[in-house]
Design a protein around this ligand. Structure first.
Ligand code: ADP
Ligand code: MG
Length: 336
């Protein structure tokens, strides 16, 4: 392209909230035949909300009601050792120090239910899997051990909140929660297992909302003959439920991709001879944005993502992804 055409294209882009980092990028964008969207924060709002708390009995079977969220506040006599608030309190305490959106939704959800959430005594992030924490002074039952002025020894509870692999790696069998997990995941929610001292005690779930214009963006890309894929650390079932909502084919979903493997996933897609545009918002997405034919960052995303990207979308509108390709196409066609 001539410098003049490039300047026109870059200017039109800027006027539309699409910032190309250079003329070469403007030229490259027209060749994109596959758009790979990150899920959380890119196709979805990234504002999680706590939606479910399911209590499991000591032996790992769903409490009293067969795994449906307890609505009785744990009043089922003789069956339920724990109540929802206890499980939620423990999960929220463990997550207190984590900045993960899943964690913050659990803490906020607990506080909204009037639970005081303290910091854990110790915690460790397990990237892509969850959190491991030590919580002192947590009692399985409200008030237990404090009856008739009696004081129990402060006891440390080892807590896990996260996916199936997190529990399995710690020697806790997630299988008894399989049905509950699947039900929640089929609703597009991210379900997380909660374990205390090596015992499965519950499941908590967060939900995110799909961005209003995500579906239109996918449809416009399909109309242009561009394939659309999704890349996420979230589990397969949740990812597919979200993909269905926005019109992405189940086969085009790459789920359970660890943060450090996102760039490999994009490289694998490009190894099929595709020219991929990766669209992401998070720190996790930066390496994938860098290896893609075109890396596109959502402007409301993290600085790290914006720095690694070739294109920045100033508005939080997935349809601007199509705009970026269209501007590139139009600019270069004129001068051909
Ligand atoms: P995403 O790509 O959707 O941001 P991550 O790679 O951060 O996902 O995490 C992948 C999965 O690991 C999550 O879906 C969740 O099951 C689990 N996970 C990660 N962080 C946490 C956390 N702080 N608490 C509970 N579960 C977590
Ligand atoms: Mg994201």
């Amino acid at each position: 392209a001539t410098p003049a055409a490039t300047m026109v294209g870059t200017t039109i882009g800027a006027q539309n909230g699409v910032l190309f980092k250079g003329g070469d990028i403007l030229e490259r964008a027209k060749d994109v035949d596959t758009v790979v969207f990150d899920k959380t924060g890119t196709l979805t709002e990234g504002e999680m909300e706590l939606t479910d708390v399911v209590v499991f009995d000591g032996d790992g079977t769903p409490a009293a009601d067969g795994g449906e969220p307890a609505t009785d506040g744990g009043q089922v006599e003789g069956r339920k050792r724990l109540d929802e608030d206890r499980v939620l309190e423990l999960a929220a305490t463990a997550e207190h120090g984590s900045e993960h959106p899943l964690a913050q939704a659990i803490v906020d959800g607990a506080e909204e239910r009037g639970i005081d959430v303290d910091a854990p005594d110790d915690f460790e992030n397990v990237p892509g899997h969850g959190i491991r924490a030590t919580v002192e002074g947590w009692e399985p039952r409200r008030g237990s051990g404090r009856a008739s002025g009696e004081r129990s020894e402060p006891r440390a509870t080892e807590v896990l909140v996260g996916n199936r692999k997190l529990l399995r790696d710690a020697g806790v069998d997630p299988e008894p929660a399989a049905e509950t997990m699947e039900r929640l995941e089929n609703e597009g929610k991210t379900a997380m297992l909660v374990a205390a001292d090596g015992e499965l005690i519950g499941v908590v779930a967060d939900a995110d909302t799909v961005k209003e214009r995500a579906k239109a963006a996918v449809a416009d890309l399909h109309d242009r003959g561009v394939d659309v894929m999704m890349l996420t650390g979230d589990n397969e079932r949740t990812a597919r439920a979200v993909a269905e909502q926005v019109g992405i084919e189940p086969d085009n979903v790459r789920a359970e991709v660890l943060p450090e493997d996102k760039s490999d996933a994009v490289e694998a897609i490009q190894a099929e001879g595709r020219k991929a545009m990766m669209v992401g918002d998070g720190v996790n997405d930066a390496p994938a944005l860098a290896v893609a034919h075109v890396g596109t960052a959502i402007g409301s995303g993290t600085d790290v993502a914006i720095e690694a990207a070739d294109v920045t979308l100033m508005r939080d509108d997935p349809v601007d992804v199509v705009k970026a390709i269209r501007i590139s196409d139009a600019t270069l066609q004129k001068i051909k």
